[in-house]
Ligand binder design. Structure first.
Ligand code: GCV
Length: 651
C-alpha cells in the first residue's frame, strides 16, 4: 500500500516542496517497480502528484509507454541511484530503497528538465555516508535556554513542556523535507542532557520510538543524545567509570533495550567533559575509553556513537595568556588518534572556537589519520544573526569543506549540522533561513558542489522563477555582509554575553570562556603564532602552518584570529586595519539597506505571509546592523584615536 504524503498543518509553509514542484512529474505516466516500505513512500508521493496534476502511476508494468520508470533492482542498503533519459523515457534505478527515494527527489528537483532531451546514465551517490541534523531540543523548558537551546524558530517539533508533542504528521513532513535534500539521520534532543532528557534513554524510550516511526518512511534514522553519567543519574550506580564492568554492563543492557524499541536506531551523540557535562576525565580515563565503552554497547546492534571534540576549559582565567581555547580540541584528541573503535565517530566543530562568522578550519580535521570524523556545522544562527538576519551560510560551509578536502591528511566521512528548525510556521523563523538547511543537506551529499547552484535550486523549488533574481541578490552575499558589520578580520565574538545577539565589544573580554580580542590603544588580535604566541598556528600541516604563522602571509580575513597587529598594519587589500574596520562596517549596513530594498520590490512575487515576515525582520536586521556599525566603529576610534579617512560620522 502506498504511504500517504504527510499533510501539513494549516498555515505551515511547504518550504522547498510546494505542490507546484510536483507538476512536471505529476502530469506524466510513471511506472514504479520493486517492493519495500520506502518504495511505498515513493508510490505515495507519485500518486499524490498524479492525483493533483492528472498523471498516472502503475506498479509492476502495464504494456504502455511510460515517461518515468522508478525501479528498485536489489535489496541492499545503498543510497546511490542511476539516472538516465533515453528515447523519451526517464529511468531511475537503485539497488537500495533509500537510493530510489533520493532518485525520486532528484526527478522532482529537475522539474521539466527531467522530461526533456536525452541524458546518458549517470550514477549519483552521496560522498558522505551520514548526513545528520542534531537538534538541541530540550524536553522540558530550560530556565535559561528555553525549549530549544540556541533555537530561533519557536518551540521544538518533538517536545513541549516536558512531554512529547505527539504531532507526528508534522515530524513526517519534516522528514520529507530532509530526505528531499539528502539528510538521512536526526538526533532529537540537546547535547546538554538534563535529567528529564536523560530519561529518554530508558523509561521514556517509547517517545523516541514514536518519533523514529515518523521519520522512517523517509529513510531517516533516529539518534539520541545521552549523558555520560546515565548509569548514576538513571539507576543510582555509584560510578560512570567507562572501564568498570558494572558500568559497561549497564550500557550494554540499556542499549539493547533501545534496540528492542527502535530496531534501526542510529546511535548516541555525546558531549562529555565539555561546558559542565560529565565525562571520563572524572575517572582518570580518556575520551577514547569513554567513546569506546558506548561503541561496544552499540556495536552488536549496528549503531554508532558520535563523540564530540568540543572539549576545552570554560573556566579559564582571562589573565592567563598561555591558555588558548583554539588549541584545545587538537591538544585533547590528537594523542588519541587510532584509539577509537570503528563505530566511534569523532564529531569536530568546523572551526577551533565556536561557529563564529569567520574562523580557520579546525586543524584536527586533517590530523586524525586513524579515526572516523564528522564535521559539525551550525545551521542554527547562534552567532550569525539568530534567524533575524539574512545570512546564507552556503559559501562559508563550502569554503570549510573544500579546505578540509584539499588537505594532504585525512578529511572527514560524515557531516552534521545543528538544526535551525522549530515549530515556527516557516520552520526556521526567518523564511530565508530555510536555505541554510537545504544547502546543508545538498552539500552533505556533494561537499564540492557549487553552493550558488544549490542556492538557485532552493530558490527555484521554493519560490518558482518569478522572484528568483531578487532572492538571489538578497541571499548570495549575505554571509559576507554579516561579516562586514560584525567582529572584524576573524577576531570573533564581540557579542552580548549569554544570548549572543547584538554587539558588545568587550562582552567576553574579561570572561572565563577563552574568547578574547585583546584590543588596546595600539592594536588588536590574538597572537597564535609559534614564534611569539600560543603556538596554535603550528597545529596545521604545511603549507598552512607557515602561511598562518606570519602576518605577511596570513589571509586578511583571518589576520586577527592569528595575529595581534597595530591599527596601522597594512592589509593585502592595501588598507590599514583601522580603515578596513570603518569601511566594512559602513559597507555592511549599506548592503543590508540595499537587500531590504530588493526584498521590498518582490512584493507580489512571493506570498504575502513570507513577504511580511521578511519585511519585519529586515527592520530588525537594519537596526541591529547599525548598532553593530556604530558600536564597533566608536570603540575603535576611541581606542586608536585614528580618524576615519573619509570623515564619516562615528560617535
Ligand atoms: C549545546 C556553544 C553554545 C552552547 C552549546 C555549545 C555546544 O557554546 O553557546 O549553547 O551547547 O556550543 O556546542 O555544545
Amino acid at each position: 500500500m502506498p504511504h500517504p504524503v504527510p499533510v501539513l498543518p494549516e498555515g505551515v509553509d511547504p518550504a522547498w516542496l510546494p505542490s507546484a514542484a510536483f507538476r512536471p512529474l505529476g502530469s506524466r505516466r510513471t511506472l514504479i517497480r520493486g517492493s519495500g516500505p520506502l518504495v511505498e513512500t515513493v508510490h505515495g508521493e507519485v500518486a499524490e502528484a498524479c492525483a493533483r496534476f492528472g498523471g498516472r502511476v502503475d506498479r509492476d508494468a502495464a504494456p504502455e509507454p511510460y515517461d518515468l520508470v522508478l525501479e528498485l533492482t536489489g535489496d541492499d542498503s545503498s543510497e546511490a541511484f542511476g539516472y538516465e533519459r533515453v528515447d523519451g523515457r526517464t529511468t531511475v534505478t537503485a539497488t537500495g530503497q533509500r537510493g530510489l527515494l533520493y532518485g525520486f527527489f532528484h526527478v522532482v528537483r529537475l522539474g521539466e528538465e527531467a522530461f526533456g532531451g536525452d541524458c546518458q546514465r549517470v550514477l549519483h551517490e552521496p560522498a558522505l555516508g551520514l548526513r545528520m541534523v542534531n537538534h538541541w531540543d530540550n524536553v522540558a523548558v530550560h530556565p535559561v535556554m528555553g525549549q530549544v537551546e540556541r533555537g530561533y524558530a519557536g518551540g521544538s517539533l518533538f517536545w513541549a513542556d516536558g512531554r512529547a508533542r505527539g504531532e507526528f504528521e508534522r515530524v513526517r513532513a519534516y522528514g520529507r523535507l530532509l530526505a528531499a535534500c539528502g539528510v538521512n539521520a536526526v538526533s532529537v534532543n540537546n547535547v546538554n542532557v538534563h535529567e528529564t532528557e536523560a530519561r529518554l534513554l530508558t523509561d521514556r524510550i517509547g517517545e523516541v520510538a514514536d518519533i523514529a516511526g515518523a521519520f522512517r518512511p523517509y529513510g531517516i534514522r533516529t539518534h539520541l543524545s545521552v549523558t555520560f553519567a546515565a548509569p548514576i543519574v538513571l539507576d543510582g550506580l555509584e560510578t560512570a567509570d567507562p572501564l568498570d564492568e558494572r558500568v559497561r554492563e549497564w550500557w550494554a543492557g540499556a542499549t539493547a533495550r533501545v534496540y528492542e524499541a527502535i530496531p534501526d536506531f542510529g546511535g548516541f551523540v555525546v558531549k562529555a567533559d565539555s561546558e559542565g557535562q560529565p565525562g571520563p576525565f572524572a575517572y582518570g580515563r580518556t575520551h577514547a575509553d569513554g567513546a569506546n565503552m558506548l561503541a561496544a554497547a552499540l556495536e552488536p546492534h549496528g549503531g554508532t556513537v558520535h563523540w564530540r571534540a568540543f572539549v576545552y576549559d570554560h573556566r579559564q582565567d582571562w589573565r592567563d595568556r598561555t591558555t588558548d581555547r583554539a588549541r584545545a580540541a587538537y591538544d585533547h584528541f590528537l594523542p588519541l588518534d587510532g584509539a577509537f573503535a570503528a563505530n566511534a565517530v569523532l564529531q569536530v566543530k568546523h572551526g577551533p572556537m565556536d561557529f563564529q562568522v569567520r574562523e580557520p578550519v579546525s586543524p584536527l580535521i586533517s590530523a586524525m589519520s586513524h579515526s572516523t570524523l564528522a564535521v559539525e556545522l551550525q545551521a542554527t544562527q547562534e552567532y550569525t544573526g539568530q534567524q533575524r538576519h539574512v545570512c546564507w551560510l552556503g559559501p562559508m560551509w563550502s569554503e570549510v569543506l573544500r579546505f578540509a578536502a584539499d588537505q594532504e591528511g585525512p578529511a572527514f566521512e560524515e557531516l552534521v549540522a545543528v538544526s535551525n528548525v522549530g515549530d515556527d510556521p516557516f520552520w526556521t523563523g526567518h523564511p530565508l533561513a530555510q536555505a541554510n538547511l537545504y544547502t546543508f543537506g545538498r552539500l552533505a551529499w556533494q561537499p564540492d558542489a557549487d553552493p550558488v547552484v544549490i542556492l538557485d535550486e532552493w530558490i527555484g523549488l521554493t519560490f518558482g522563477a518569478g522572484p528568483a533574481a531578487g532572492l538571489h541578490a538578497v541571499l548570495d552575499g549575505s554571509w559576507r555582509t554579516y561579516e562586514k558589520y560584525t567582529a572584524p578580520l576573524g577576531v570573533g565574538f564581540m557579542v552580548q554575553p549569554g544570548h549572543h545577539y547584538g554587539p558588545s565589544v568587550d562582552g567576553y573580554e574579561y570572561s572565563p570562556w577563552g574568547t578574547y580580542h585583546f584590543a588596546d590603544r595600539d592594536g588588536i588580535g590574538v597572537d597564535r603564532s609559534v614564534a611569539s604566541g600560543t603556538g596554535y598556528a603550528g597545529q596545521y600541516a604545511k603549507p598552512w602552518a607557515e602561511i598562518y604563522e606570519s602576518p605577511d602571509t596570513c589571509p586578511d580575513e583571518l589576520l586577527l584570529f592569528f595575529h595581534h597587529v597595530p591599527y596601522g598594519h597594512v592589509l593585502k587589500s592595501g588598507k590599514t586595519v583601522i580603515q578596513h574596520i570603518y569601511d566594512t562596517h559602513f559597507e555592511g549596513v549599506a548592503e543590508v539597506e540595499e537587500a531590504a530594498r530588493v526584498w521590498e520590490s518582490l512584493a507580489g512575487l512571493v506570498t504575502p505571509a513570507r513577504h511580511q515576515r521578511v519585511t519585519e525582520l529586515f527592520v530588525e536586521q537594519l537596526r541591529c546592523a547599525r548598532e553593530w556599525r556604530d558600536q564597533i566603529n566608536s570603540y575603535f576610534l576611541r581606542k586608536s584615536g585614528v580618524p576615519d579617512e573619509r570623515g564619516r560620522v562615528i560617535y
